[in-house]
Unconditional design. Structure first.
Length: 319
């Protein structure tokens, strides 16, 4: 099993990504760290704890609360229009008795990097504030992860919060820039591939009809939370009856890199300019030298990715 830490601003697609990781027999979720983003960090943390309860894992997996705001910028913008007032499309999750651990997300990331050097896969599904803070605490952790898989950015396709920037990178551009600068081994799962990884209403209907009884509460949660998300993507992206599984794809790639094709490009993150901050700038010249070499996912078998997720929700295999 792969040891994984997931960092999330637990919104709709984060929740699906977390459930997938919790269900996968290939993944050992060591802990979950939370961050502001789609909603504030209190709501993201509450959603995470409740999700663990839904999965029957209350008090089994440590949750560390993270950043409430970006490193330096003061313009925090939540995404209630995408994820609903509570971040999970208005769906209700069962109350949990689990408490967060006393360490902050950044402290927990540092601690785990030292506890299992070279063994942890860190998957970030939100602003990279917690990881940037962890690097501030201990720059030495840059070389201590097995892999760092990041949902964020776009290279060849436009952004989603500005013409050139994606939400997770734009929401804390300085944090993203610091993580790129650190020289960590990064695999970037951006809009280039997540917009090709679509869950359809038809597939959701199939899950509702065929998932075994033990998985039905989770599938019912998918139904309740995804309605809002389907509607947003219809209005914003003209997707009819389909929505991108951004965060889920990052977890899937961490588990199974053969789902994507990557290109190693020198890159840095722009931090200036209202429309430009958070943009991934790649140096694709003949002799690239600006920025750091990073693996960008540019091709994906979206159907295979979604069918892996479907298979897990359909299987009798227990959590
Ligand atoms: C990213 O932003 C959030 O809305 C999603 O959860 C995902 O992490 C997509 O741009
Ligand atoms: Ca997210």
């Amino acid at each position: 099993k792969q040891r994984m830490i997931l960092d999330a601003d637990t919104g709709i697609d984060d929740a699906i990504a977390l459930l997938y990781a919790l269900l996968s027999p290939e993944i050992q979720v060591e802990g979950i760290t939370t961050c502001f983003g789609n909603i504030d960090v209190e709501q993201a943390t509450d959603n995470t704890l409740r999700l663990l309860k839904l999965a029957g894992l209350e008090n089994d997996i440590p949750v560390a609360k993270g950043a409430a705001h970006p490193l330096v910028r003061t313009d925090v913008r939540f995404s209630e229009h995408v994820h609903g007032h509570n971040g999970i499309g208005g769906a209700e999750l069962p109350a949990s008795n689990q408490q967060v651990i006393r360490q902050s997300a950044a402290e927990y990331i540092v601690e785990m990097a030292h506890k299992y050097p070279g063994e942890i896969t860190l998957v970030t599904l939100a602003r990279m504030t917690n990881l940037a803070l962890a690097l501030e605490l201990d720059p030495g952790i840059a070389g201590m992860f097995k892999q760092v898989v990041v949902m964020g950015g776009s290279v060849l396709v436009p952004g989603n919060v500005s013409p050139v920037a994606e939400a997770n990178f734009a929401g804390d551009a300085e944090a993203a820039a610091a993580v790129f600068q650190s020289g960590m081994p990064l695999t970037i799962v951006g809009l280039d591939v997540t917009l090709q990884t679509l869950l359809t209403r038809h597939q959701l209907g199939y899950l509702l009809e065929h998932a075994p009884a033990a998985k039905q509460p989770m599938v019912a949660f998918l139904r309740d939370s995804l309605e809002h998300y389907f509607r947003f993507y219809q209005e914003a992206n003209h997707l009819i009856g389909a929505c991108p599984m951004h965060d889920l794809l990052a977890v899937l790639v961490a588990e199974n890199p053969s789902l994507v094709t990557t290109q190693n490009l020198h890159a840095f993150i722009a931090t200036e300019g209202e429309q430009v901050a958070g943009m991934v700038v790649t140096d694709r010249r003949a002799k690239p030298h600006v920025g750091r070499p990073v693996d960008f996912c540019l091709g994906v078998d979206g159907e295979r990715a979604i069918s892996r997720m479907m298979a897990l929700f359909l299987s009798e295999y227990p959590v």
